[in-house]
Design a protein around this ligand. Sequence first.
Ligand code: PHE
Length: 330
Amino acid sequence: MQEYSEKIESAEALKVLEEVRIEVFGKKGVLAEQFAKMKSVPNEEKKEFAKNLNIQKAKLTALFDKKKTELIKHESILMMKEGAIDVTLFNGINEAGSLHPINETMNKMIDYFVSMNFSIEEGPLIEDDFHNFEALNLPDFHPARDMQDTFFFNDKKLLRTHTSPVQIRTMMSQKPPIRMICPGTVFRRDFDITHTPMFHQIEGLVVEEEGKVSFSHLKYILEDFLKFMFGDVEVRFRPSFFPFTEPSTEVDISCIFCKGEGCRVCSHTGWLEVLGAGMVDINVFKAVGYENVSGYAFGMGIERIAMLIHQIPDLRSMFDGDVRLLEQFR
Ligand code: PHE
């Protein structure tokens, strides 16, 4: 039994002590084994044998309990030391914050359009069907509603899937001429390397008396804007479709990484798609009660543009909250 006393004595951690406990006091432990031998001890020796064994057991138990108390104390002090925060310690961190790349890019966009005399409008994030779809020429069962994976609430409300409902709200609360942008948060049921359920868009809308604005105005301002954002790039307008504009266009810039040569980022096309635009569809004007007007609208994702400008490979890193990303923008 001396051997086991030593084992208990020399245990340096609760984990080790627990192993010794099983070995000594466990169901199949040394003590149990000794007690089992009682059966084969001759009757006249039984008393002495049991007495002896009980003394040994008591000694070991006392030793064990003492050791356990000791180790608990020791280990909790260690734990407290490790996790301790010394509030008096100056850790040398004295760093200024920085704008998030999304805000920085958004601010630059806003600067441009404000300089072009656009007003900044806002709308609710929780929208209704009328503003998000119906008034934008996306009636119920319109197949183009599939383009938007919507978060719906029970009461028919929804999280806006784009900033376009702000066009409707602005037209209904103001009179033309209108010259507005709306930067803001939008939501879609999407999550992968290029999509997050929450992201940002900036919307633009210009409405004038009929005939005063045309597609060439749209082309001019977008080209000028994209050169402001990206420097010396080529700008390309491709025919496209949006229910709320007619004609519609998607706008590309020449790839800023390979200068149009073709690379992985531009899928070897030499072009990067950056925004959608078009002349406001007559049905949108009807929905808001406008007559004898013409206008253009455009919309784009802010993350996409920020990622291109800063060469950020994974959209999700924008929302991880890792300060190491922000440190690069100080
Ligand atoms: N709302 C469109 C989208 O979310 C973008 C857009 C806005 C296109 C305005 C044309 C005009 O994809």
